[in-house]
Design a protein around this ligand. Structure first.
Ligand SMILES: NC(=O)C1=CN([C@@H]2O[C@H](COP(=O)(O)OP(=O)(O)OC[C@H]3O[C@@H](n4cnc5c(N)ncnc54)[C@H](O)[C@@H]3O)[C@@H](O)[C@H]2O)C=CC1
Ligand code: BAL
Length: 497
């Protein structure tokens, strides 16, 4: 906290910021070829922050052509991994030098709190880039078992030109989750930020050029889903797409791929994540703090948010009492106030969607939705309520009560999603049995969390498809395996002759 500034100081920085607004293609900023722009709004005030290039398929074609040129001539893809590492480390250092500016820009553009931007989004983005940079010159290719007459090499090659389609809830961090491994592996990328939050991706592209990333390797094409996302998904010269966003849009990318060039597709999608609390959980206050953090951090605009509390009846009253107390400690308001923990939802449309889930709901705490802000809200619910079944993507926690372990696990799995889960119990066998039985990509025991740069992140069921983000496993998305067989027999004979 000591490093944070005052609200007035953040506002002074905000007043001085200049925003990148044009597409970044082949190493320079360019307007959309159509000349069109769209307004990027500050969701906390409704003010227009910037008029951003509204790109379309023509700009996508140009960016892909430049990315392909860069990939094929090897200016990045064929560098020694240690050279790519150096450039990415320079980029991380430049981010660090510009961290405050990036934090304020991210907060203004997305409604996220400056507290989260300063303490989570920016530092984790930097860490993620460094993690993949440091990894890339330490991965060995393999030799497969073979006879003395052959060598069979299994080598990894960058997959080529990659389309990265991003969400608005962690604009820079999700960018880092994807460009970290993609650029480290040697790919060229064409990034489509969410139209709500394009500004920091454009600024990062500028910093990447300053760090020495060759032109054409990192392109950012802002614009709408239909105008930019779909042409990327359908482009015949894109080798792979990595997407984070809703399950509905993720599903479309499978269609785009099937109907174009069968490009590889990785999808990181929605969640309806359970927090299971059993009667024997220890330190109820700490459990409550985790549940509240899991549900309300980032305004609940988080694919891994714990949006369903599944609590055993013996502990329920005591737990709810502590959850209500903790919820009251999450101030809602101006995202640039460093005391605020719940900022503005990302857009008016999204605010209205989230607010609609509060209508008619019985709130145990919270319940107010006004002017783009929603109070952290805990509601009593039944398993078939829409608040329990649908991804709200806002600060709304539904409480479901169960008799015992088996019912809790069955309810945890009673969803089309399978991204994340947590289980709270003092019994290690129940914790591990539960962690194994819940069909989700990440399960935390006696805590809420998403893991870190080193651990793979992705979903079961309709939460995920294809590869994983994060960890060494993320590199599978951005590389192809090639087998090279070398026949030693003839050469050996010739050598003997
Ligand atoms: N898993 C996650 O992290 C996220 C989940 N969501 C969920 O999705 C809901 C809707 O939010 P949206 O912003 O509309 O998510 P979305 O999935 O539609 O948007 C994500 C990205 O896909 C692009 N896109 C949208 N339509 C497209 C299309 N037809 N073809 C290609 N690309 C397209 C968007 O421009 C954006 O860059 C949220 O309420 C939330 O439930 C939203 C953002 C992130
Ligand atoms: N929580 C990181 C991934 C996401 O929300 O999209």
């Amino acid at each position: 906290m000591s490093d944070l500034l005052t609200t007035e100081e953040y506002k002074a920085i905000a007043a001085e910021l200049s925003f990148p607004t044009q597409a970044f293609i082949d190493g320079s900023f360019r307007p959309a070829q159509s000349g069109k722009t769209f307004d990027s709004l500050n969701p906390a005030t409704g003010d227009v922050l910037a008029k951003v290039a509204a790109c379309d398929a023509t700009d996508v074609d140009f960016a892909v052509e430049k990315a392909r040129d860069a990939f094929e001539d090897g200016r990045w893809s064929r560098l020694h991994p240690a050279e790519r590492k150096e450039v990415l480390i320079r980029l991380a250092k430049l981010m660090k030098r510009n961290a405050r500016e990036l934090a304020v820009m991210e907060s203004l553009d997305s409604g996220k709190t400056i507290y989260d931007c300063e303490t989570v989004d920016i530092p984790e983005t930097i860490h993620c880039l460094l993690w993949h940079a440091e990894l890339i010159d330490k991965i060995y290719d393999q030799l497969a078992p073979s006879s003395d007459d052959h060598i069979a090499m299994v080598v990894r090659e960058p997959v080529g030109v990659v389309g990265l389609v991003l969400p608005w809830n962690f604009p820079l961090l999700m960018l880092a989750w994807k460009i970290g491994p993609a650029l480290a592996a040697g790919c060229s990328v064409v990034v489509k930020p969410a139209e709500e939050t394009s500004l920091t991706a454009l600024r990062l592209a500028e910093l990447a050029a300053e760090a020495g990333l060759p032109a054409g390797v990192f392109n950012v094409v802002p614009g709408g889903g239909a105008e930019v996302g779909e042409p990327l998904g359908r482009h015949p010269d894109i080798d792979a797409v990595s997407f984070t966003g809703s399950t509905a849009t993720g599903r479309r990318f499978l269609g785009y791929s099937a109907e174009s060039n069968i490009k590889e597709v990785t999808l990181e999608m929605g969640g309806k994540n359970p927090a299971v609390v059993l009667d024997d959980a220890e330190n109820i206050d700490r459990v409550a703090a985790h549940v509240v953090n899991g549900a309300f951090w980032n305004m609940g605009e988080n694919c891994s948010a714990s949006s369903r509390l599944i609590v055993q009846k013996g502990i329920k009253d005591a737990l709810i009492e502590r959850i209500i107390a903790h919820t009251r400690e999450w101030p809602v308001g101006d995202p640039l106030n460093p005391e605020t923990r719940v900022g503005a939802l990302v857009s008016k449309a999204h605010f209205e969607k989230v607010a609609s889930y509060l209508e008619g709901a019985k709130a145990l705490v919270g319940g107010k939705a006004e002017n783009g802000f929603v109070e952290p809200t805990v509601i009593e619910a039944r398993r078939d309520d829409r608040q329990v079944r649908e991804e709200i993507f806002g600060p709304v926690l539904s409480v479901l009560t169960v008799e015992g372990f088996d019912e809790a696990i069955a309810l945890a799995n009673d969803t089309e999603y399978g991204l994340a889960a947590s289980i709270f119990t003092a019994n290690v066998k129940k914790a591990l049995r539960g962690a194994r039985a819940i069909r989700a990509g990440t399960v935390t025991v006696n805590s809420f969390g998403e893991g870190d740069s080193a651990t793979p992140f992705g979903g079961y069921k309709q939460s995920g498809f294809g590869g994983r983000d994060n960890g060494i496993h993320a590199h599978d998305q951005y590389t192809q395996l090639k087998t090279i067989w070398v026949d030693l027999g003839d050469d050996a004979d010739e050598a003997v002759d």
